[in-house]
Design a protein around this ligand. Structure first.
Ligand code: UFG
Length: 328
């Protein structure tokens, strides 16, 4: 396959580019480097471009004539989406619309997009199936839901084939550490726990009074290479002319913040220094995927099922790249 990857210089995007290239596919990264890193574009050609720039996108699609697109280029921080919703609506909604319009005009081809568990908001039932109510509680989640609606409408009107892969908590890094998680600033739990150990800084634990067994939030951490694999399967699925839909990606088991801390302590044989803080706005107590549909439709099963194995890959990446990453 020849695949155009928007956001290929980012976290999940770069892992997917590596996997596609290793499988013998041709990959082209399209990224404006606003949150991605040129150093992570190691597989295939690079086009510097913004997804809102219709002419540049059109040029990329016209030049490479890809068999399909994978669209990762989103803003992803819930907190930032509350303080600056305009940027989220512009990048995530307008940018996604431009991609769909270019595909409509240049010849429709399959589009796999980064969805999010944030479309569910505060779910009534855990594990969460795709049939759960869609009630996003922050601008980030709303942009992801609107993107899915736009896909449905473009599929109806222009026969655009699509899959929205609703990730739960992406975690870990490529075991070879050729790429990994690199956000500036970093807001995610696992890299923050590891940085607390590596730099001796105190981790902030947001809330210990949730209605969970140990009082901290429970999430479904899914290894980034398992996510990458689902995108490759998803694109192949669409190229077989199968139906468009939204699919959860998670392991189906939940791990609490305290359990992550304990796992890091066991792996490193060091105590994680932490401070208990008030709850972070918009955090659901428990968010765990029902991944049945992904197994059934995509024949996808995650390889990393043990949280310690996932954390070990993140630790390897951070330890090897401390010099570059720890100034962030
Ligand atoms: N947490 C801390 N301290 C930190 C960072 C996180 O206690 O320094 C806690 C959070 O409060 C939360 C849990 O760890 O309870 C996980 O937080 P993350 O920020 O790692 O992940 P989220 O579940 O908030 O976010 C993920 C994705 C988002 C997506 C969201 C859907 O990263 O893009 O799931 O709910 F929107």
């Amino acid at each position: 396959m020849k695949v155009l990857v928007t956001g290929g210089a980012g976290y999940i995007g770069s892992h997917t580019c590596k996997l596609l290239a290793n499988l013998g596919h041709t990959v082209i990264t399209y990224d404006n480097l606003s949150t991605g890193h040129r150093q992570l574009v190691k597989w295939g050609d690079f086009i510097y471009g913004d997804i809102r720039d219709e002419a540049r996108l059109r040029y990329a699609v016209h030049k490479y004539q890809p068999d399909g697109l994978i669209h990762f280029a989103s803003f992803i921080s819930v907190g930032e989406s509350c303080s600056d919703p305009g940027s989220y609506y512009e990048n995530n909604i307008l940018g996604s619309l431009r991609i769909m319009q270019v595909l409509r005009d240049e010849g429709v081809r399959p589009l796999v997009v980064s969805g999010s568990a944030a479309v569910y908001g505060l779910p009534d039932m855990v594990p969460v199936a795709e049939t759960a109510a869609l009630n996003p509680i922050n601008p980030y989640g709303r942009t992801k839901l609107v993107m899915e609606w736009m896909l449905e409408d473009f599929a109806q009107a222009h026969k655009l084939p699509w899959l929205a892969l609703r990730y739960f908590n992406a975690a870990g890094a490529d075991p070879s550490a050729e790429t990994g998680e690199w956000h500036e600033p970093e807001t995610h739990l696992i890299p923050n726990v590891l940085t607390a150990i590596l730099k001796g800084q105190k981790l902030k634990v947001f809330g210990t009074d949730y209605p969970t067994q140990d009082g901290t939030c429970i999430r479904d951490y899914i290894h980034v290479n398992d996510l990458a694999w689902a995108h490759v399967l998803g694109l192949s699925y669409l190229l077989e002319n199968k139906p468009s839909m939204s699919i959860n990606l998670g392991t189906g088991s939940g791990v609490s913040v305290k359990e992550i801390i304990r796992a890091v302590e066991e792996l490193t044989d060091k105590k994680v220094p932490f401070l208990v803080m008030p709850r972070r706005p918009g955090d659901p107590a428990s968010l765990v995927a029902d991944p049945t549909k992904a197994h059934k439709i995509l024949n996808w099963t995650p390889e990393f099922l043990n949280i310690k194995d996932i954390i070990a890959t993140a630790l390897n990446w951070l330890s090897l790249h401390q010099e570059n990453l720890l100034h962030i």
